[in-house]
Design a protein around this ligand. Sequence first.
Ligand SMILES: NC(=O)c1ccc[n+]([C@@H]2O[C@H](COP(=O)([O-])OP(=O)(O)OC[C@H]3O[C@@H](n4cnc5c(N)ncnc54)[C@H](O)[C@@H]3O)[C@@H](O)[C@H]2O)c1
Ligand SMILES: [Zn+2]
Length: 386
Amino acid sequence: MPALPNHPVPVQRPDAMLAAMPTVEVILPHHRYEVLIQCGALDQLGPQVHDRLPHRRCALILDQAIATTHGRQAADSLRGAGYEPLVADFATSEPLKSLDTVAAMLSKLAGDRIERKSPLVAMGGGILTDTAGFAAACWLRGVPLVMVPTTLLSMVDAAVGGKVGVNLPQGKNLVGAFHQPSLVLIDPNVLATLPQRELRCGLAECIKHAIIRDPDLWTWTSENLERVLALDPGAMQTLIARNVAIKAAVVMADEREAGERAHLNFGHTFAHAIEAAQTSTPDESRYHHGEAVALGMIAATTLAVLLDRADRGMLDELIALLDRAGLPVRADNLAPTARLMELMKLDKKVSDDRIRLILPRCIGEVEIDDSVPTRWIERAWDSIRA
Ligand SMILES: NC(=O)c1ccc[n+]([C@@H]2O[C@H](COP(=O)([O-])OP(=O)(O)OC[C@H]3O[C@@H](n4cnc5c(N)ncnc54)[C@H](O)[C@@H]3O)[C@@H](O)[C@H]2O)c1
Ligand SMILES: [Zn+2]
């Protein structure tokens, strides 16, 4: 068998319209799929799904926030391609990213007799794509999944890579599956309705990708930040395509997180503790995921500086870029350090009670370390307090 390339490759498709669509291909040992990225791509959803997954029925599971806007456009495109879609929308929030919501989705699929070969199209932010993706993995032991992410974070992260799942009262993302999509379709135009705060959260993950893998992306992001914040179409297409390519490359090298996929958790061991500590904080004063990641990246980089593994200059550059992106660089309402340390030890990535951290060496390179003494981690927490 010919060796498969281990990096995302542009795909040539036969007809002109498809060939023109910028594409990242994800190639795994038993499955391959395309991520299509283009302003206006949503109108092509129906033909693109039908091209790969022809069937009379499909299910379109929507985030309530976009149901009557982009959701309607997606349903029209599916109908135009000949599908009779079941269309159902769901409210989204971390507490609603639950087994109860999965049960409600499964009940819709059962009530509408969605069949084994009917594609399930999951359209919304990461909460919706994780939850509906998990329903797709469970229904009839797995139906084909199409991801249509509508937040920057879900475009560059949640919708690519096959991790789907929900929260339990005991913790985030504790129940889940690996269920790779058959297609990911990204239309940056849908970001026009996304609150700026959510756009900035997505940028935190883009900055994370640059730090773990790509110094050129770091420079590009720094130089084009204002175009990105203004949703310039060309800048958005470039930003998303380059970030999807990094996520895809990491997933292709290590689909099940046996090794380097853990690099994607840069900033996240700290971020998950910040998020877990605020379950009873009122919604308005909570840090959103991307904001917690921004603080977590600063804490992890501070730790690398304290341990003499990274330059102070890198930390200063990171703080400056996050600040320009409108992300928090100091936290004014963090839980006590002892509580945050306790929560870090409860993270599902902990093994044998050791906290596994991703520490940067420089922009473009990180390493995994599970032997950092507790007192240094405590100092890193203290360093991000306002
Ligand atoms: N599966 C993975 O590999 C993976 C990776 C990263 C994050 N995640 C998960 O993703 C979730 C976070 O996702 P998120 O940041 O997209 O948050 P989200 O799903 O909560 O979306 C943010 C908000 O924007 C709304 N929204 C979505 N698209 C919109 C649009 N185009 N216009 C207007 N409003 C819109 C949503 O309803 C929500 O209120 C977390 O639960 C996290 O665990 C999963
Ligand atoms: Zn994240």
